[in-house]
Design a binder for this molecule. Structure first.
Ligand code: CP3
Length: 367
């Protein structure tokens, strides 16, 4: 494998999202989109048709090309890029096989059924060896971005990854994964801790490779009650931010801003704003004014238009995006995004209307 050096990166030309994350108000709201490199883009299918999903993830050249697609297409309308990969690369590194099945999503060939199955997981995972391909993709992409926008690295949060490892894929109720929490709390905590240790190492490695921001995806946060969230999700989310920052400081690496997206965790917003993350990302069920109150202006807020509004026609998109920008307001640290990933059948031109509206309206209200 060719190695790319994490040095002499081109100078960053657009640091708006970094400034807003760190506490500035910014001349307008920076904007990017979760899953912005994805199936709604015809150029994505052009590459995907010849390669399996995880083959793309493991091939730095291809992962880099996909990461750049939305940046090339939308140009100055996007203020960040996110490395093309998946949250499920950590369970793979721990020894579980995951396939991406068309029309079904991720499938684990042998999920964890009972705690007795924990012996199947690799002890002392060598993160560099197992996930070095992500580092390579990040380093290459930093060079090819030519400083246009910052590059996000990311991971799945421990509870979400544990749930996938037990359910073996998507699930309506998470009944199997949640049974572990009640029936096997000790083993659940042990598993969450093992994932956390790898997550910390992996995020530090991503920054070393060139990631300029980090996002933690707790996609299944909203499946937990407030009490269960406090016990099984929040402590690990906090350990990750605290220890990543400690490690970055110790290694003399840049203290990059960190974002937490715990989907559905409206009840946890105050706790999340006190968790050593610079940005708290909101899904579309949360009113921006409520979020601002709960988080006491301690963090930047990211989000949060309902992704399905992109099916509503250009006028509805303009109207809803304008309302959203006003709801976050001119005085707030706001990073515009959708409330969850963009859906695969959206018209790329509809996304363009959203990005244009956000940039225009958020600049106007700050004048
Ligand atoms: O552009 C980006 O945002 C970067 C790449 C990215 C992907 N997945 C690519 C992807 C990111 C950040 C993710 C995160 C991810 N993966 C999450 C957290 C975000 C969220 O949506 O809550 C989750 C839960 C996963 C797990 C996962 N990966 C699922 C459930 C699926 C199937 C989705 C579906 O609708 O079929 C994937 C597959 C996946 N990850 C695709 C992409 C572009 C599509 C796969 C394909 O090409 O067939």
């Amino acid at each position: 494998m060719t190695t790319y050096k994490a040095e002499n990166f081109p100078k960053l030309q657009n640091d708006l999202i970094l400034r807003v994350s760190r506490g500035e108000k910014g001349e307008r709201a920076p904007v990017w989109i979760m899953r912005q490199a994805g199936r709604y883009l015809p150029e994505f299918h052009e590459i995907r048709k010849d390669h399996s999903f995880f083959e793309v993830c493991r091939t730095p050249e291809l992962a880099c090309q996909l990461t750049l697609q939305p940046i090339d297409r939308y140009g100055k309308l996007l203020d960040a890029s996110i490395i093309f990969s998946d949250i499920l690369v950590i369970p793979q590194a721990m020894g579980l096989e995951v396939l991406m099945v068309a029309g079904k999503g991720p499938v684990f060939t042998a999920p964890l059924d009972t705690p007795a199955d924990l012996v199947r997981l690799t002890e002392n995972v060598d993160v560099e060896k197992e996930l070095g391909y992500v580092y390579q993709a990040i380093t290459l992409t930093r060079h090819r971005l030519e400083g246009r926008v910052p590059l996000f690295g990311f991971i799945g949060a421990p509870w979400t990854l544990m749930a996938y490892m037990i359910e073996g894929g998507g699930s309506k109720t998470l009944a199997k994964a949640k049974s572990w929490l009640w029936k096997h709390p000790k083993e659940s905590h042990a598993l969450l801790q093992r994932i956390t240790d790898i997550a910390i190492e992996f995020l530090v490695g991503q920054v070393r490779a060139g990631a300029q921001m980090l996002q933690v995806f707790e996609s299944w946060g909203g499946e937990l009650s407030p009490d269960a969230f406090k016990e099984f999700s929040l402590p690990y989310i906090r350990q990750i931010s605290n220890k990543v920052k400690e490690r970055l400081a110790k290694e003399g690496l840049e203290l990059v801003p960190m974002t937490i997206f715990s989907k559905g965790s409206w009840y946890g917003l105050e706790d999340l704003s006190e968790s050593n993350y610079e940005v708290v990302s909101l899904d579309w069920t949360i009113d921006p004014a409520f979020a601002r109150k709960m988080t006491n202006d301690k963090v930047a807020l990211q989000g949060n238009m309902d992704p399905t509004v992109l099916y509503g026609g250009f006028d509805a998109i303009r109207e809803t995006a304008t309302k959203m920008v006003h709801a976050f307001g001119k005085d707030s640290r706001h990073i515009a995004n959708l409330g969850h990933g963009i859906l695969p059948t959206v018209d790329p031109e509809a996304l363009k209307v959203y990005l244009e509206t956000v940039q225009k309206v958020s600049a106007e209200i700050r004048k």
